[in-house]
Design a protein around this ligand. Sequence first.
Ligand SMILES: Nc1nc2c(c(=O)[nH]1)N(C=O)[C@@H](CNc1ccc(C(=O)N[C@@H](CCC(=O)O)C(=O)O)cc1)CN2
Ligand SMILES: Nc1ncnc2c1ncn2[C@@H]1O[C@H](COP(=O)(O)OP(=O)(O)OP(=O)(O)O)[C@@H](O)[C@H]1O
Length: 194
Amino acid sequence: MNRQQLRQQLLRQRGQLSTAEREHAASALRRQLLALPELRQANTIGSYHSIHAELPTHELNLELIRNYQLALPVLHPVVKGHLLFLRQHERTIWRANRFGIAEPTLRCPDIIPLQHMQILLVPLVGFDAMGNRLGMGGGYYDRTLASWRKGGYPNLLPVGLAYECQQVERIPCAAWDVPLPMVVTPAKVWDFRS
Ligand SMILES: Nc1nc2c(c(=O)[nH]1)N(C=O)[C@@H](CNc1ccc(C(=O)N[C@@H](CCC(=O)O)C(=O)O)cc1)CN2
Ligand SMILES: Nc1ncnc2c1ncn2[C@@H]1O[C@H](COP(=O)(O)OP(=O)(O)OP(=O)(O)O)[C@@H](O)[C@H]1O
């Protein structure tokens, strides 16, 4: 199965989860994630607004913002295929981007560079036992993580969030794919670093 076929199959499977199953998974994942020792040392966390059948992140983001500075992705207005991360605050004005995802309106003082984050939560469509990741196909997070992979942000831990059903035996990967060091599912913390 190629990447596109695998993506379609995984999106179909994910789409079949009921609302109750999704909410239940989100609350179990929240418990796993908030108990991570790596979160104790963090002060700035990059997250995202879930869309479609993605594991819901709304409650998680509400909890995170109580204790951390939270940064949310914005499609880069100039550099195509790239993301910027913006600090969320009480005056943040939201708008839907071209994928229908709510993002903060761009204000330069709100930009948080990746070197100032300790944790970056990453959406995914599928992952395998090596931490390889399959996303929505835009390459946004691969570009975001390209410098991290080269050792650019030694204090940043990217963490994929997924349902159990998103795990597959093997993701056929491309040269630009950046394997994740950690994936958290409702049942388990997958630490691929050791
Ligand atoms: N919640 C969330 N935010 C994110 C991402 C993500 O995967 N999830 N992205 C991760 O990179 C970036 C946006 N990338 C996206 C790429 C494609 C589609 C999308 O819906 N594409 C098709 C449907 C694809 C399909 O069903 O096969 C569409 O527009 O209808 C959405 C987001 C940045 N923000
Ligand atoms: N570091 C990079 N530099 C330039 N192009 C890249 C880079 N990473 C990915 N791309 C391009 O992005 C496209 C989509 O990549 P891919 O299918 O791996 O996306 P994805 O990981 O599924 O999506 P996302 O990261 O947005 O969730 C590819 O055609 C590839 O050429």
